[in-house]
Every structure is written in structure tokens, then in C-alpha cells.
Write a protein that binds this ligand. Structure first.
Ligand SMILES: C[S@@+](CC[C@H](N)C(=O)[O-])C[C@H]1O[C@@H](n2cnc3c(N)ncnc32)[C@H](O)[C@@H]1O
Length: 232
């Protein structure tokens, strides 16, 4: 079923021009301009086509989530009750966090594509948006899909606003998040140091980066995970 979606994705990627991106030294962002202005429809369509083309893939493995769950439980002062994983495609991250945190942790995931409803504990939802009841609610928010944002500042401040006191943002970084990897699907790339600076600068009213840990490997290359902690 994914072959047709692969063709569509390749044909979209072929149309990319240099002015589809804003580029600085260690920062690159797709703009999704259509007829002179930002097109949310274009963004959502490309993300959905990418999701369907890669629907059989799982990016991170259970070992990675187990490492993060352990660090989270070691560092958090009380039990972990509420978590959300953003951009989860097949629903595995929420399953594995639930398993490795244990107890009665309630963890679900968001996914922009309409394939969301095919997977357990997954809501079809754009991770730039929030429900009022999510404000100050979560003990942790995890994502390896933040590089699909069209607006990093909006994204990270929105997520930080959803942490409860002492809550944590867990943000993966590694080879695939560098600016050189950006295209019309993987919309945002930034170096690890600049991502940490961005989080500390833009989300300073909510907390700060406390830890950066080795999170295991993806295809033999290291994954690092940034732990941003909300103020108590
Ligand atoms: C690189 S994949 C990672 C999937 C999964 N986390 C994994 O480890 O396999 C990125 C996922 O994020 C989804 N996504 C992209 N933009 C999104 C958005 N704005 N809101 C929610 N999900 C989004 C894509 O559809 C895709 O399934």
C-alpha cells in the first residue's frame, strides 16, 4: 500500500527549491510558502503523505525508550502518572513508556495523519496545538518527531507550558536532526548545542535543560536525549 505514497513523497521532494527553506549556520527550517504565504494545508498534506509512505517503519527502538524511562523515574521526585509522546506513527513509544515506567502511568500519543486511529492509545492531533486540560498537566512529554515542526519556538513553548511542576520534556537529538538533513518532510534541523540554547532561551519562563544523556543507538549511531525540567 505504501508504494503510491512513496512516489508522491519523492515527487514532492523533487520540487523543493532553495527558497523553500530559511537557513543559518546551524539551523534550517522549511517555510511551506504557497502563493506568498504560509500554507498549513501544504504542511499537513506533506506530513500525511510522509507518514503513509513510511507507515511500516519504527524509528526508535524499545531499548531507547527503556533507557529514558529509567532516567525519568530516577530523576522524578514522585510517581510518573501522565505522559504524552508527540508524533508517534505506530504507537510504540507510548506502549513502551507505559511498560517501563510501570505503575498506573497513563501515556498516550499524538499523530497528525489519519492513520492515528489504526494504532492503540493514539489521537489524531497536530502537536503544535493543545487542549486546555493539557496546560500544566504532564509529568513528561517525549518526542523524536519535533524536527517535523514548521515553528520551533511555538512548538517548544507550547510543550513546556503543558508540563506540571517538576515535569520533563524529553527531546531526542542525533545525526538525523542536523540542518543538513532538512527537507520538505523533516522540516527543521539544528545542532545539539543550539537546540539546548533555544530551549533555555525560549522556554525560560517554564524551566531549563538539566541533563543530556546517551540514549543508546539508532542504526549504530548515537542518540542523545535532552531533559528539560519544569520549575518546581
Ligand atoms: C520520523 S516519524 C517518527 C515516528 C515515531 N516516533 C517513531 O519513532 O517511529 C515522525 C512522525 O510524526 C508525525 N508528525 C509530523 N508532523 C506532526 C504534527 N504536526 N503533529 C503530530 N504528528 C506529526 C508524522 O506523521 C510521522 O508519523
Amino acid at each position: 500500500m505504501s508504494t503510491g505514497w512513496h512516489k508522491k513523497l519523492r515527487s514532492i521532494q523533487r520540487t523543493a527549491q532553495a527558497d523553500d527553506f530559511i537557513e543559518e549556520d546551524d539551523y534550517k527550517l522549511a517555510t511551506y510558502i504557497s502563493n506568498g504565504e504560509f500554507s498549513y494545508e501544504k504542511y499537513k498534506e506533506i506530513q500525511t503523505i510522509g507518514n503513509k509512505a513510511k507507515i511500516e517503519n519504527q524509528w526508535v527502538g524499545e531499548k531507547h525508550i527503556k533507557i529514558l524511562a529509567k532516567h525519568l523515574c530516577d530523576r522524578h521526585p514522585g510517581p510518573i502518572k501522565y505522559g504524552v509522546c508527540h508524533g508517534t506513527r505506530r504507537g510504540k513509544e507510548q506502549e513502551w513508556f507505559g511498560k517501563h515506567i510501570g505503575g498506573d502511568a497513563d501515556v498516550f500519543g499524538t499523530e497528525i495523519s489519519d492513520t492515528a486511529t489504526d494504532f492503540p492509545r493514539t489521537v489524531q492531533w497536530d502537536f503544535h496545538d493543545i487542549k486546555p486540560e493539557w496546560l500544566g498537566h504532564f509529568d513528561f512529554i517525549y518526542s523524536n518527531s519535533w524536527d517535523h515542526t514548521y515553528d520551533p519556538k511555538l512548538l517548544f513553548t507550547t510543550w513546556a507550558s503543558c508540563l506540571n511542576k517538576n515535569g520533563w520534556l524529553l527531546i531526542d537529538h542525533g545525526w538525523n536532526y542536523e540542518p543538513g538533513r532538512v527537507d520538505l518532510l523533516d522540516a527543521f534541523g539544528i545542532s545539539e548545542d543550539s537546540l539546548i540554547s533555544l530551549l533555555n532561551r525560549e522556554c525560560s519562563e517554564f524551566g531549563k535543560v538539566e541533563d543530556v544523556i546517551d540514549g543508546g543507538h539508532h542504526k549504530r549511531l548515537p542518540i542523545r536525549t535532552i531533559f528539560f525540567k519544569a520549575r518546581s
